[in-house]
Design a protein around this ligand. Structure first.
Ligand SMILES: [Zn+2]
Length: 335
């Protein structure tokens, strides 16, 4: 039995037909966890869809109305990059409900997962890049509305920048002095060469501090500023990535004290990802996860995890990377 809950429903499946987004990955993760004995049936909890009121904590009434009445324009449907349907709307309402439930469990148990979610390209008034509803933002705003937290931090390790997250939580940000641009890590003796092109941008945050580590030369073209953005050059590997993550986490947690960390554990920084251009290994990605969980545990901050992207040539690799995130949390929390 795991020391935390896994929020999951078979209805997380996105009805999008043949698509680069492997909608079946959620069920495969669930089945693999049971088959390998990592989880038992009692570790899983079933989410309910978010209410419209929850969705409206983040999204505009006009956008919600268009989704519910199926009246997105042709351009808006194209921007989503997944085929619109009523069933798809239901799946995203459920993903948001799942993230709310996972946030609630994280506050009780120190960590919780939604085996779904992480739709970080959704904006208040539109969806894009496979993301219709920003489930993580909805969960944060719901926890705040219920007075369960005042502050939160998003740690987005998907290979693509969290543009929706940055836009939603932009707050009243002012430019601040740049932080040291080269991480000082014994893990990384070659950092001055290999990370010469990496850029770190920082700004002041409102009540939600946003961190995004992503490949600079990738979607989205326009990257609204997060509280900390790490723009990574193409092809960066495990050691450099881990050094930058370490640097971003310590910089962020020096400046901000969140009551909840929402970790977007994208599998797409993987070297064999079809939509990513970084070179992390499966083992390196597990070290990434362990680093996030260790840092949060040391500070006593609960972590809610969503899985975001993952487009490995072999979908089983994506499933392995996501299952490893759960095992990393288990190892850190039972250590
Ligand atoms: Zn992604």
């Amino acid at each position: 039995m795991l020391p935390f809950k896994l929020v999951y429903s078979d209805d997380y499946f996105l009805p999008i037909g043949a698509h680069v987004f492997p909608a079946e990955k959620y069920r495969h993760i669930h089945d693999r966890l049971l088959a390998t004995g990592v989880a038992s049936p009692s570790d899983f909890v079933t989410p309910r869809p978010a209410t419209d009121q929850d969705i409206l904590l983040v999204h505009t009434p006009q956008y919600v109305e268009k989704l519910k009445t199926g009246t997105l324009s042709g351009r808006e449907q194209l921007e989503l990059e997944i085929p619109f349907s009523k069933e798809l709307v239901r799946a995203f309402w459920l993903a948001a409900g799942g993230s709310i439930l996972a946030a609630d469990h994280a506050l009780k148990d120190g960590v919780a997962f939604s085996i779904g979610g992480g739709f970080h390209h959704a904006f208040p008034d539109h969806g894009e890049g496979f993301c219709m509803i920003h489930d993580v933002a909805v969960a944060i705003r719901r926890m705040q509305r219920d007075d369960k937290i005042r502050t939160a931090m998003t740690v987005d390790c998907d290979v693509h920048q969290g543009n929706g997250t940055a836009a939603i939580f932009a707050g009243t940000r002012t430019t601040s002095d740049p932080l040291p641009s080269i991480p000082n890590s014994p893990m990384n003796p070659l950092h001055t060469v290999q990370t010469a092109k990496t850029k770190m941008h920082t700004g002041h945050a409102g009540d939600v501090f946003t961190i995004s580590l992503h490949q600079e030369n990738n979607y989205p073209v326009w990257k609204p500023p997060s509280s900390i953005d790490i723009d990574l050059p193409d092809g960066i590997g495990d050691d450099d990535y881990l050094a930058w993550l370490d640097n971003a986490l310590s910089s962020g947690l020096r400046r901000f004290e969140p009551e909840l960390i929402c970790y977007l554990a994208g599998a797409d920084p993987y070297c064999e990802d079809q939509l990513g251009g970084l070179s992390l290994t499966i083992n390196g990605l597990k070290k990434r996860d362990a680093l996030v969980f260790r840092v949060a545990k040391a500070k006593g901050i609960p972590v809610m995890v969503t899985f975001a992207g993952g487009y490995a040539e072999n979908v089983e690799d994506t499933v392995t990377i996501h299952c490893n995130t759960i095992m990393a949390a288990q190892e850190v929390h039972t250590a």
